[in-house]
Design a protein around this ligand. Structure first.
Ligand SMILES: [Zn+2]
Length: 307
């Protein structure tokens, strides 16, 4: 099998309230579509382990990690910021989400699979070194990247973040680490209201206006991401796979369709084939229109699987 599919039931129990868009049904919307499409049976399915404190501490401060552990409530909700809360299951979900990304790196690096998709929540790319934000508690993709660097000895890895929001937490963690290239397209000005001017040689930020179409998205990926990635020659690639730039997603205000996610996945797959022994780990970020999320993630995973 080409592709691992890693998730955990705890990710369904993290619940920030009835009307919160980052809801447990997001996990089901992807898995239901994987079943309907017939794709799930061709994926190597695993339950995520918990990330360890040591794995988290590669990208988060020790005090921040302990604060998250100590704030986990035994009942009700505890708010980490205006949009991000913990219920009694959230710590377990957050540990399994980061643990899924670590497991994905280990499976891909061992050669058991070419690539992996982590159907997990809470998402991660707004979580900084010492901050929860924007529905995110631990930065799952950053924990995975640090694992690839520290545990597996890679020297250059790259993250492609096509979520409609800027991956500011990921940038915060790796802004001064030239081993990590972050390629991020995002609506600007828009939450989290940063990133337009903070790029450097290895942080490739592409701010885009509201209403950006799939064609415009492809054009900037072609102009900015792909040449940078070709120069960088990453040894492993990661997706911060948020699907809230889909045209049906009211939160995003972009016009992407499934075909655009297919296209960008193909482009990154080609880079991975040329430079990274095909190694890709994809981690779910945003995506709040449930039908569009299921279809888009399935289209993305289908390309990863090569089926
Ligand atoms: Zn987002």
């Amino acid at each position: 099998m080409h592709t691992a599919y890693i998730t955990h039931p705890a990710c369904l129990k993290h619940d920030m309230g009835e009307d919160h868009p980052e809801c447990p049904a997001r996990i089901h919307s992807i898995e239901d579509q994987l079943i309907t499409s017939g794709l799930l049976q061709f994926l190597d399915r695993h339950e995520a382990p918990r990330a360890t404190r040591e794995e988290l501490a590669r990208v988060h401060g020790r005090d921040y990690i302990e604060t998250i552990f100590s704030q986990a409530p035994s009942s009700g909700l505890v708010y980490l910021d205006a949009d991000t809360a913990m219920n009694p299951h959230s710590l377990e979900a957050a540990l399994r989400a980061a643990g899924a990304a670590v497991m994905a790196v280990d499976m891909v690096m061992s050669g058991k699979v070419e690539n992996a998709f982590c159907n997990i929540r809470p998402p991660g790319h707004h979580a900084g070194r010492n901050s929860a934000a924007g529905f995110c508690i631990f930065n799952n993709v950053a924990v995975a990247v640090a694992h690839a660097l520290e545990q597996h000895g890679l020297q250059r890895v790259a993250i492609a973040d096509f979520d409609v929001h800027h991956g500011n937490g990921t940038e915060n963690i790796f802004h001064d680490d030239a081993r990590v290239m972050l390629c991020s397209t995002f609506r600007h000005p828009y939450y989290p209201y940063c990133g337009a001017n903070s790029g450097n040689d290895h942080i490739i930020n592409v701010p885009l206006p509201a209403g950006t179409s799939g064609a415009e998205f492809r054009a900037v990926v072609t102009d900015y991401w792909l040449p940078a990635l070709e120069r960088f020659q990453p040894q492993m690639l990661f997706f911060s796979a948020g699907f809230d730039a889909h045209r049906e997603d009211d939160m995003g205000g972009f016009g992407l369709r499934e075909a655009d996610y297919v296209w960008v996945t193909e482009q990154i797959k080609e880079i991975a084939a040329r430079h990274a022994s095909r190694r890709i780990v994809s981690v779910l970020e945003g995506g709040y229109a449930l039908h569009a999320l299921g279809r888009s993630a399935t289209a993305h995973i289908k390309v990863l699987s090569g089926l």
